[in-house]
Design a protein around this ligand. Sequence first.
Ligand code: DON
Length: 318
Amino acid sequence: QQNHLSKYKMKVGTTDYQKILNQIQQELSQAEVSGKVAAYIPELAKVSPEKFGMHLYNLEGENYCFGNSEERFSIQSISKVFSLALAMKIIDSDLWKRVGVEPSGARFNSLSLLEDNGGIPRNPFINAGALVVADVLVSCFSNPKAAFLSFMHELTGNSTISYDETVAASERSEGYRNFAMANYLKSFGNIKNDVEEVLDFYFHQCSITMSCKELSQAFIVFANKGNLLDTDRQLLTGKQVKRINALMLTCGFYDEAGEFSFEVGLPGKSGVGGGIVAVHPNHYAVAVWSPPLNPKGNSARGMAALERLTTLTGYSIF
Ligand code: DON
């Protein structure tokens, strides 16, 4: 057993990530880009479909990258992982009375499952669940937007991470479905605060801009049992990280979570800005950005890039 384990460690340890990333860039830059840049948030429609970057950060503190890996983009639903982590730090077990932990098998913005579940969203990563998490944070902090940013700064060690007010306003201007959802949740008593206030917080958390490099560094905590890499400080417990990774694996890609597991085999989270972050526990965090989305709302080229990563390295969590 021991022999077998050390062989595994040695092989992962000697993986030439830069060579593999270069191959992914070469293969996929030439491939035709399928999918469409998200247009339902007018500001996002302006982003070039040609952007393509990837960044892998491992527990040894090594960085590997290509393309537009240092350019910031709208993280959108990737922010749901950060808001969930903060809410779990504060209330944890009470949170699970208000939001479930099962895959939805439905689109990210579906309203349909709320009726039968008495206003309890299936999981914290569909919009309905993220709105309940946002409501928890609005209840816990007198200035939730400032508290969320300071959590992001603590997580990344980078105090320049911020909201993009133009994107937040743009999403609000067309946010009819999220307004409907928040009001519907409120009718079940599963939003405690003013709907406007909860949505304002939610649109802001989605508007945060980060690069692939910054995202992989922020997600390393989920590969490192809750510890920050630079300072070794424990930000989340091992149990919290286990649960967040489990939710990313089963619910991180909405009605495409099965496909992502099947093709990539890592916990991960996508956003309609075209970003995807994935975690290989005890090894690395990786972020990829390519704006055109497939019909399920996930980056088409990003999914392909991560499939190539686990195939070419020969390692996933399975
Ligand atoms: O609520 C929305 O529609 C967006 N702010 C976030 C959606 C999103 O990123 C879904 N992910 N693929």
